[in-house]
Design a protein around this ligand. Structure first.
Ligand code: NAD
Length: 487
């Protein structure tokens, strides 16, 4: 299929370096597939390490000019980018459906969420304030100014191809940093479309550079080793995050890491059960479970365990599974066959170990990587499915007897990204929210993402925050100036 058959008719498919669209230096291309049909929908340039180094050179060449651009002007370019994304919401959503396999509703939701990061950081661009104080000894003033950290390498996953890019580009540009984005090789088209729209919004050459590559390791390494690079902002698996942290250490880079999760969804017997089941559906099934903050383990107080699991299974059983090209479908395909097979193996092991399959259970026959929405009950506390990031439409349900046990089960994981608590007892909700090892807690809510809130994890789920004012600070460095202006 020619690129012109894609929704954004004039979408370029090259590398975007220094404001120019160009081929990879060795002419290599990546095929992009539709996970709903396995068909190739397009191909894009695949950067070599040398191309990646040129992209860092381009970001470095634009760095001083961008850092000295008035914050208001930087904000206005982000604001125009927000408006263009909203104007092209339908086309962007269709791209995400095609290459990422989302349902239409999830894809549209993602575009709005992604664009909102530009609106938020357009507003934050003018809020990088420093401070002044008198030194305790009275001998001088301490001036603290915030300056852009410098050229930033942004590496993003396939599961939110628009939002993970804008959640990094927005604060970086607002802070005065220039960037190179390396999107996931499964979903490069959305990143290219966003860069294309930003070009139209008036972004100067070199401000944002995009290098898709199917050789992620060598390409990213080349950028992390580049002497002009000062920061890595990564979103992806903990496994890859660890590799990149080691590499970043060589060049002593500032690092923000958004890694994997294993979110507990805790339901106490006094919870509003309708609300808990509704929240569970959102927390589990947004993006067909392929979300870092997806509820991964349902911890439910014994008294209501069967009722909760039964009602959850009922809701899962009526979901319409199919390609997002049909907007009535609610659950899209998983990203590829390998992901589907991994989830199938987890479910099989769990059932072999004694879990009860209430609904679903495996991949759907035929083309595409579709997995049936699945609920497992009577899952043993030591079942491996509870310690892995499932990243698919599978909900294991486990019972607990007391608040202490719920907290201890919730914290029995090296991850600490999101957690959810359902109870009508406010004191308990807040107590549990404080005790749970997580960077984010939804209290009687299954949907927590908000560009104005700090998103991020503790333990092996990462370092730093994205969104909120904290997201801007990740791209700023404090400089202390000592001044004595006494006579
Ligand atoms: P991944 O770690 O496989 O890939 C992420 C990015 O790193 C991609 O661009 C990929 O091409 C690149 N990459 C892969 N191997 C690399 C290597 N050796 N060197 C350099 N770059 C490399 O993750 P994924 O499968 O794309 O995404 C799913 C994971 O992302 C899940 O674990 C999910 O929890 C996590 N995630 C986290 C957040 C968060 O905010 N914490 C958000 C979304 C996704």
């Amino acid at each position: 299929m020619s690129p012109h058959a894609l929704p954004l008719a004039d979408l370029p498919t090259g590398l975007y370096i220094g404001g120019q669209w160009r081929d990879a230096s060795d002419g290599d291309r990546i095929e992009v597939r539709d996970p709903a049909t396995d068909a190739v929908i397009d191909d894009v340039a695949s950067a070599t390490p040398e191309d990646a180094r040129s992209a860092v050179d381009a970001a470095a060449a634009a760095a001083a000019g961008w850092a000295s651009t008035a914050p208001r002007e930087r904000g206005e370019i982000l604001r125009r980018s927000y408006e263009l994304m909203i104007q092209h919401r339908e086309e962007l959503a269709q791209l995400i459906v095609l290459e990422g396999g989302k349902s239409r509703r999830d894809a549209e939701g993602e575009v709005t969420y992604a664009a909102e990061f530009y609106r938020w950081f357009a507003e934050e661009a003018v809020r990088a304030t420093g401070h002044v104080q008198t030194a305790p000894g009275g001998d001088k003033r301490i001036l603290t100014v915030l300056q852009p950290v410098g050229v930033s390498i942004l590496v993003t996953p396939w599961n939110f191809p628009a939002a993970m890019a804008t959640r990094k580009i927005g604060p970086a540009l607002a802070a005065g940093c220039t960037v190179v984005l390396k999107p996931a090789s499964e979903t490069p088209l959305t990143a290219l479309a966003i860069a294309h729209l930003m070009e139209r919004a008036g972004l100067p050459a070199g401000g944002v550079n995009v290098v898709s590559s199917r050789r992620s390791g060598p390409t990213v390494s080349a950028m992390l080793e580049h002497p002009a690079t000062r920061k890595l902002s990564f979103t992806g698996s903990t496994e890859v995050g660890r590799i990149l942290l080691r590499q970043a250490a060589e060049n002593v880079l500032n690092c923000s890491m958004e890694l994997g999760g294993n979110a507990p969804f805790i339901v106490f017997a006094d919870a509003d059960l309708d609300a808990a089941v509704e929240g569970a559906m959102v927390a589990k099934m947004r993006n067909a479970g392929e979300s870092c903050i997806a509820a991964n383990r349902f911890l439910v107080e014994e008294d209501i365990l069967d009722e909760f699991a039964g009602r959850l299974a009922e809701q899962m059983s009526v979901l319409k599974v199919g390609s997002g090209m049909d907007p009535s479908n609610e659950v899209g395909p998983m990203i590829n066959g390998a992901a589907c097979a991994d989830v199938a193996a987890m479910v099989e092991r769990s059932v072999d170990a004694g879990a009860t399959l209430l609904v679903g259970g495996g991949p759907r026959e035929g083309a595409g990587s579709f997995f049936e929405p699945t609920v497992l009950s009577a899952v043993a506390a030591d079942d491996p499915i509870l310690s892995q990031e499932i990243f698919g439409p599978v909900a294991p349900v486990v019972g607990f007897g007391s608040e202490d046990e719920a907290v201890s089960l919730a914290n029995d994981t090296p991850y600490g990204l999101a957690a959810y608590v359902y109870t009508c007892d406010l004191a308990r909700a807040l107590r549990v929210a404080e005790r749970v090892d997580a960077g984010m807690v939804g209290v009687n809510r299954g949907f927590i993402s908000d560009p104005a809130a700090p998103f991020g994890g503790v333990k092996h789920s990462g370092l730093g925050r994205e969104g909120g004012h904290e997201g801007l600070l990740e791209f700023l460095e404090a400089k202390y100036i000592a001044v004595d202006w006494s006579e």
